[in-house]
Design a protein around this ligand. Structure first.
Ligand code: GLY
Length: 370
């Protein structure tokens, strides 16, 4: 009998670029020709039924023109499709088409597509590289950056997934012009969240420029895309695996994710997040970390972005309280919340600890009041 020590210490460089611009399809093809993912010549484009003709097919055509093999793998649009079943359907279709380990996945779409495709990439053939080509404000603000990939389950959102970093992220602001108003408002919730946790200046910019942003003014949109990335990558670089600091990106999500699930996805992610942010500024005010005036400013900004600020009547509030326990921050069976401090900051409870236990009754009272 013996013991073998399998020494597998790793130094991993998962660095990647985020390119922000208008119409980045040709840049993507040039990057591939210049070896972004080595000498891979097979590309599986994962997209949804809405983005397919708008942006994925043109990228497919350009890949083929450049001499690469490429195929589209399309699933029905919507958060309800971000499931293990859709993942299996895409994987089976890729296998059927002869895709093996020597391919690269290109996710073309919003947060549902980038979350699901990144997860497929993490397990397909035990891992293949992937690239995110984000076509929504929500994906640009949050989902496509940072390497969180996941699918939802009937119990709650994002419970099954991987940390898996893309090789590059393209934030194509030109694509935002085809978003519905509702999708634009929804995408803005993550931007407002970033301002709340990290930037008074961004908060002021949003207050002063909301009309331009809502009409997809180029300069205003470029500014928020840059600011979102800056805030997000500064957090992710310090705490990729969410052992502390990254929890601040969860502001508003404890209640928000629960509402999203309980609404059976009638609410878009950003709409649910908006209500979650309202709940959390109320909590921060009760705990003495925000003034009423600051909390009112956050709520006013959400309203300015045409986001909901109250829990819809069809939501059963006791069910919502129960659903809070599916949050990934729950520890030892206790709810934990990130708490906003003023505007542009969060509370650090002790070194490296950014979430605090909150009694269920306190959470219930807040939920009952909005
Ligand atoms: N969406 C939160 C995070 O990326 O950590």
């Amino acid at each position: 009998m013996g013991t073998f020590n399998v020494e597998l210490k790793k130094v991993v460089d998962d660095s990647y670029d985020i390119e922000i611009g208008f119409g980045l399809e040709d840049t993507l093809i040039e990057d591939l020709k210049n070896g972004l993912v080595g000498n891979i010549s097979k590309y599986a484009i994962i997209t949804d039924s809405i983005v397919k003709d708008l942006y994925a097919k043109p990228i497919l055509d350009k890949l083929e023109e450049a001499g690469y093999k490429a195929d589209l793998f399309v699933f029905e649009a919507g958060e309800k499709q971000k499931t293990r079943e859709t993942k299996a359907m895409v994987e089976d279709a890729m296998l059927e088409k002869g895709y093996r380990r020597d391919c690269c996945i290109i996710a073309v779409g919003g947060g549902v597509v980038t979350d699901l495709a990144g997860f497929v990439a993490g397990t397909f053939g035990r891992g293949v590289p992937f690239i995110n080509y984000a076509t929504t404000l929500l994906a640009a603000a949050d989902a496509s950056v940072g390497g969180k990939t996941a699918v939802d389950t009937p119990l709650a959102t994002n419970l099954i997934g991987l940390f898996n970093q893309p090789k590059k992220v393209y934030l194509d602001i030109a694509t935002w012009k085809t978003l519905t108003n509702r999708q634009i408002y929804s995408g803005l919730a993550e931007t407002i969240k970033h301002a709340c946790i990290a930037s008074k200046d961004l908060f002021k910019f949003l207050e002063d420029n909301m009309e331009d942003i809502l009409s997809i003014d180029k300069k205003a949109c470029e500014h928020i895309a840059n600011e979102n990335c800056k805030i997000k990558y500064q957090v992710v670089m310090k705490d990729e695996r969410e052992s502390g600091l990254r929890e601040i990106l969860n502001l508003g999500h404890t209640v928000g994710r629960a509402i999203e699930t309980v609404s059976d996805y009638k609410l878009l992610h950003g709409e649910a997040l908006s209500i979650g942010l309202v709940a959390e500024v109320r909590l921060a005010t009760d705990l003495g970390y925000m003034t009423k005036d600051e909390a009112d400013k956050v709520v006013a900004l959400l309203e300015k972005a045409k986001l909901p600020i109250t829990i819809p009547e069809y939501i059963e509030k006791e069910e919502l309280v129960k659903k809070l326990y599916t949050d990934k921050k729950v520890k030892n069976g206790r709810l934990r919340f990130v708490i906003q401090k003023g505007i542009g900051d969060v509370v650090e409870f002790e070194e490296g600890v950014f979430a605090t236990p909150i009694e269920e009754e306190v959470a219930r009272q807040i939920i009952m009041s909005i």
